[in-house]
Design a protein around this ligand. Structure first.
Ligand SMILES: Cc1cc2nc3c(=O)[nH]c(=O)nc-3n(C[C@H](O)[C@H](O)[C@H](O)COP(=O)(O)OP(=O)(O)OC[C@H]3O[C@@H](n4cnc5c(N)ncnc54)[C@H](O)[C@@H]3O)c2cc1C
Ligand SMILES: *[C@@H]1O[C@H](CO)[C@@H](O)[C@H](O)[C@H]1NC(C)=O
Ligand SMILES: *[C@@H]1O[C@H](CO)[C@@H](O)[C@H](O)[C@H]1NC(C)=O
Ligand SMILES: *[C@@H]1O[C@H](CO)[C@@H](O)[C@H](O)[C@H]1NC(C)=O
Ligand SMILES: *[C@@H]1O[C@H](CO)[C@@H](O)[C@H](O)[C@H]1NC(C)=O
Ligand SMILES: *[C@@H]1O[C@H](CO)[C@@H](O)[C@H](O)[C@H]1NC(C)=O
Length: 617
């Protein structure tokens, strides 16, 4: 999706092209130890007491600290995980003469490997396949981008120190146990798509869950709850397009609610944030469709969570925030028969007009019909920055091309009446999957940006308010204080269209959503910490504030929003928050897991932008 945006940013010279009763079982065996409420924390190492300006903190152990495990302990861990533990290096290391890592300086330059990395650094699939790389690199610290200059420094930054490339559930358990028993910062990493750095972490042990690819189709679900329809159990590493392609190969073809992005995972951060995609207007969030999870808890136990067993955990894992309650091993979710679908595209860009007022009037005409589109069951994905509106695609499931054409006709008439040039096309497909393959675009990696986002509900998007909303958009692109290139990704959907009451821990306000916008600011290479802090301030207080100021939703999406805004608790979860915080404190009271601005992380933060500590004083 971001391909065109990155191109624009590159053209603008902003990025380098190198661009209850617990039912728990031991994870290793099958022996049941049911009824033992075994959330036992006695084996956990204490936080390391640290004073900063006279204030007492408890920190994780870091390299160089006395409490950091000895090499022999890591060797033992490596044996436990069948040799799958690796010492991590930033993916750009081969382009630098040396890598200055926690274990000293090693020579890394390799011209051929560097050329290869330069080519692949923007390749999404390649990035996902790396042990601990991030798609959006800003939160890695940008300490080792592939460089034209081999003498440029390369350090670890916020990339993990060690990675377990887990291939068995026992490896995941071993990693969780090791982190808990040694007070090490633990990072779970599936695809590395996270926008806000939640799959990287300074000084961490990373567990990579990407290799788990089992898929089990279930004709009639017989587990807990009233649902007995078709379902599928997917392992932690399965990605959106993978499951859609496998579903398409079934007879009859099946779908699940995935994201629009082909490579975002299902059972990781996506579903724990809620998970929206092309089917969301018709079927709700991905999390609304979950029937069961299998997990490893922070205490290192295997557990099942569904409506009956560990119901609190079940609820929290459905949208209550990533990396907070347990490691998900599998998710079982409803499937639906695929259906005929129609799609459309609308472009208004500099090919059509270079007049900014004409372009804004066209952009306004599109947004004026946003409620109309979602109220007719559509999902619409679009990218927007000055002089470019790229609506690709409008998705109309179970509708003919003629029906979709009729739904968009009032908007087209308005564009025509105002003599606004545009390009529009509509197409019918045998199945949604065919539409997905044709109209959704590949995305890219390696971009350095900070992102925020906000939800505009039906009242906000009332056609009479379009001029107000367009004024807010203008402030996003040209914030009150000078900034670098900013752009938005828009999504028209309403999870409440057919699922009026959440079947998940997602913010209740979503059930009247119309437009969810991701805001982004490109961060140029090599800027200093002061400028980064300034851009973050612009994002929080100018850009996102512009959207908030025209909105009554008070709601945004934990996976695609600014974690540094005030009241993230209320804005990510609304009335669901107190329950989630309690659930976190039960399942992970010590903070074995951590992701910024997730339930129960009050008091936790980074000291010196690196060390994860909890304020105790
Ligand atoms: C290009 C792009 C397109 C996107 N499109 C969509 C979209 O259409 N809809 C949508 O809803 N979101 C979308 N997102 C956002 C997406 O939901 C988040 O990036 C999400 O965090 C990705 O989850 P992941 O597991 O794939 O990624 P990761 O970065 O690997 O993990 C994200 C978070 O989940 C945690 N985590 C990972 N695996 C597990 C596990 N097994 N158990 C517990 N915690 C785990 C990680 O620790 C981290 O905190 C998109 C993001 C990108 C970059
Ligand atoms: C773990 O063991 C494997 C196989 O013996 C080895 O290749 C790897 O280097 C070891 N990892 C570490 C961190 O020592
Ligand atoms: C501009 O619109 C044309 C269609 O007229 C499309 O082919 C092109 O990709 C669009 N450009 C962007 C940056 O969206
Ligand atoms: C844009 O729309 C406004 C309000 O309808 C109108 O006054 C203005 O003339 C339009 N601008 C252009 C360039 O068409
Ligand atoms: C959604 O918002 C509209 C407009 O404000 C309102 O009329 C409608 O009742 C709301 N629906 C729900 C389910 O809250
Ligand atoms: C933070 O950085 C300062 C300056 O380098 C250092 O003196 C201090 O010990 C650091 N704090 C922690 C908790 O590491």
């Amino acid at each position: 999706m971001f391909a065109s945006l990155l191109k624009a940013a590159v053209a603008a010279g902003l990025v380098q092209t190198s661009l209850a009763r617990l039912v728990v079982r031991d994870a290793l065996g099958s022996r049941d130890s049911t009824s033992k409420c075994n959330l036992d924390w006695t084996d956990a190492a204490p936080l390391k007491t640290t004073y900063v300006d006279g204030v007492k903190y408890g920190c994780k152990c870091y390299f160089g600290d006395d409490c950091w495990p000895a090499a022999s302990a890591w060797q033992t861990l490596n044996q436990t995980v069948d040799g799958s533990l690796i010492v991590n290096m930033p993916p750009g290391a081969a382009c630098h003469n040396t890598f200055n890592g926690p274990f000293g300086t090693v020579n890394t330059y390799d011209a051929a490997a560097c050329a290869d990395i330069n080519e692949k650094f923007t390749d999404e699939a390649w990035t996902v396949s790396q042990p601990a790389a991030a798609l959006w690199t800003y939160w890695t610290g940008e300490t080792c981008r592939p460089s034209e200059d081999p003498t440029a420094s390369c350090t670890l930054g916020n990339y993990g120190v060690y990675v377990i490339k887990a291939t068995k559930h026992a490896h995941i358990k071993a990693g969780v146990d090791f982190a808990r028993k040694n007070n090490i910062r633990l990072v779970l990493r599936n695809t590395g798509h996270d926008f806000i750095g939640r799959s990287v972490g300074y000084g961490s042990l990373v567990i990579n869950t990407h290799s788990f690819k089992d898929v089990q189709w279930i004709n009639s679900y017989a587990g807990a709850g009233s649902y007995h329809g078709s379902a599928v159990k997917v392992a932690a590493g399965i990605q959106g397009r993978e499951i859609l392609a496998l579903g398409h190969a079934r007879s009859p073809p099946l779908v699940v609610v995935t994201g629009e992005c082909p490579t975002v995972g299902i059972a990781g951060g996506f579903i724990q944030g809620g998970g929206h995609g092309p089917w969301t207007t018709l079927k709700g969030f991905s999390a609304d469709n979950v029937l069961a999870f299998e997990v490893i808890t922070a205490s290192g136990l295997y557990a099942v969570a569904n409506e009956v067993e560990n119901a609190d955990l079940f609820y929290a894992l459905k949208g209550g925030g990533p990396a907070s309650y347990a490691v998900i091993l599998t998710v079982t979710m409803k499937t639906f028969p695929d259906q005929r679908a129609s799609g459309a595209t609308l472009y208004i860009n500099s090919t059509h007009t270079t007049d900014a007022d004409v372009w804004w009037n066209g952009t306004a005409a599109f947004h004026k019909y946003a409620n109309h589109f979602v109220d007719n069951g559509l999902y619409v994905y679009y990218e927007i920055f000055p002089q470019t509106l790229r609506v690709r695609p409008f998705v109309a499931i179970d509708k003919t091309a003629a029906q979709l054409q009729a739904l968009v006709q009032p908007m087209l008439n308005e564009l025509d009446a105002q003599h606004i040039p545009y390009e529009f096309a509509v197409k019918e497909f045998l199945t949604f999957f065919d539409l997905y393959e044709d109209l959704f675009e590949a995305e890219s990696a390696g971009g350095s940006a900070i992102s925020g986002g906000w939800m505009l509900n039906h009242a906000d998007m009332d056609p009479a308010r379009t001029p107000l909303v367009m004024d807010a958009f203008k402030k996003v692109f040209t914030p009150a204080r000078p900034s670098t290139f900013s752009f938005m990704i828009g999504h028209l959907f309403n999870p409440g269209y057919n699922v009026p009451v959440a079947n998940s821990a997602t913010h209740p306000a979503w059930r009247n959503a119309t437009d969810f916008l991701i805001t982004n600011i490109i961060v140029p290479d090599g800027v200093d910490a002061g400028f980064k802090a300034y851009l973050q301030d612009v994002l929080t207080n100018d850009i996102d504030e512009a959207l908030r100021s025209v909105s009554s939703s008070d709601c945004t999406y934990v996976n695609e929003a600014d974690p540094y805004q005030t009241n993230w608790q209320g804005r990510f979860w609304g009335s669901a928050y107190p329950t989630l915080r309690r659930t976190r404190n039960k399942w992970d009271p010590l903070g074995v897991f951590y992701a910024v601005s997730t339930p129960g992380t009050e008091g936790w933060g980074l000291i010196n932008d690196t060390k994860l500590c909890k304020k105790l004083g």
